[in-house]
Design a protein around this ligand. Structure first.
Ligand SMILES: NC(=O)c1ccc[n+]([C@@H]2O[C@H](COP(=O)([O-])OP(=O)(O)OC[C@H]3O[C@@H](n4cnc5c(N)ncnc54)[C@H](OP(=O)(O)O)[C@@H]3O)[C@@H](O)[C@H]2O)c1
Length: 332
């Protein structure tokens, strides 16, 4: 197996543990033996458990000696709840380490090199690591705003009803998105209108933290979203509070008022929009109060992916760099 293939295998292994590793990064690792054959694959266990390298090395056993470790993130050099991965790699006797993304804070490439290991940085994007890298870079959790709307951009009908705008396959995809994040966030307006549970179904054994932003204490005690964390903070402070709890990735599920507040504050890092082949004509827009008064202020996005789910279309977009920065006024 060549190193590029091994890296893709490592990325796939890490994708499978998304949502289970925070505050640690979801890392994937593959160990090739000295002849280049696959000897072990691993991904990060939940906090307190072994890191990806250690899992892959354990599977490889003696075959790791003289072999190559291919890792999605630069191996760590620090002792947290588990020992440094650099030491595990040295103890196993690997001759070469290849990694895709550098870890500026804790990476151990220099330690490995100093010990005589051939270390190569192969810079390729690793999608499962993006939220964690983002959190490292910005000091706040990564936010994906997800919404469902009709073709004319309505997120509910004129009478407030909104179930179900999209079909079953799109709704199943939303459950997959929830399973991959640490926290799901809604505004109290959505709780009052829809009384959503916001769980992942079928239950994967671990549920994201459910969060309601509610500054006036209107969340009913018997709301189906419970047990939920109810926060009275503005978006930036709410994200800081979530980060304190080890949250790295957030799925913002609405509604339009709260989404508008996040967009206005420059706190949306990815948009996942499900567009249904239906027209409503009236009813609330998917986004309200985003602080855009004229076309020149439109929040421009870059299309990352388009996919079809049954009769619905899923668009994945990211802000273009100039629109991610909040203005001085918004940052206050
Ligand atoms: N199609 C979709 O994807 C989708 C998704 C979700 C909801 N919906 C629909 O949206 C409708 C509800 O809309 P909505 O706009 O009322 O829901 P929302 O955005 O979930 O909730 C709005 C409320 O959040 C609270 N909030 C807390 N922190 C806030 C902040 N920093 N900025 C702004 N608001 C904050 C405010 O109440 P306080 O001032 O009391 O704190 C505000 O009234 C329903 O009809 C629902 O079905 C559609």
């Amino acid at each position: 197996m060549d190193e590029a293939e091994a890296l893709q295998r490592a990325v796939a292994a890490s994708r499978a543990v998304l949502g289970t590793t925070s505050p640690n990064p979801p890392v994937g690792a593959v160990v090739l033996d000295a002849a280049g054959a696959l000897a072990g694959t691993g991904a990060t266990h939940p906090p307190g458990g072994p890191h990806a390298e250690v899992v892959a090395l354990a599977e490889a056993g003696e075959r790791a000696r003289g072999g190559t470790a291919v890792v999605t993130l630069e191996p760590c050099d620090h002792t947290g709840r588990t020992g440094p991965c650099t030491q595990a790699l040295l103890a196993a006797g690997v001759a070469r380490v290849v990694y895709a993304q550098p870890d500026a804070a804790r990476g151990g490439a220099a330690t490995l090199r100093a010990a005589g290991v051939d270390v190569a940085h192969r810079p390729v994007p690793v999608a499962p690591l993006e939220p964690w890298l983002h959190a490292q870079r910005t000091g706040r959790p990564h936010v994906t705003w997800k919404y469902a709307a009709t073709l004319d951009g309505r997120s509910a009908a004129a009478d407030g009803t909104s179930r179900w705008i999209t079909g079953e396959p799109a709704r199943a995809d939303v459950h997959r998105l929830r399973a991959e994040v640490d926290a799901v966030v809604v505004g109290v307006g959505t709780v009052l209108a829809d009384d959503p549970e916001l769980t992942v179904r079928p239950d994967p054994g671990r549920q994201p933290l459910r969060v309601v932003l509610d500054r006036s204490g209107r969340t009913p005690a018997d709301a189906r979203v419970h047990p939920a964390l109810v926060l009275a903070d503005a978006p930036a402070a709410a994200l800081a509070a979530l980060q304190e709890r080890g949250v790295v990735s957030v799925l913002l599920e609405g509604g339009p008022t709260l989404a508008g507040a996040f967009v206005r504050a420059g706190l949306v890092d990815r948009v996942v929009g499900y567009v249904a082949p239906a027209l409503l004509g009236d009813g609330p827009a998917a986004l309200q109060g985003a602080g855009v008064g004229t076309i020149a202020q439109a929040r421009r996005l870059r299309l990352v992916d388009v996919a079809r789910f049954g009769d619905d279309v899923r668009l994945v977009l990211e802000p273009t760099p100039t629109t991610t920065r909040p203005t001085h006024q918004e940052a206050r």
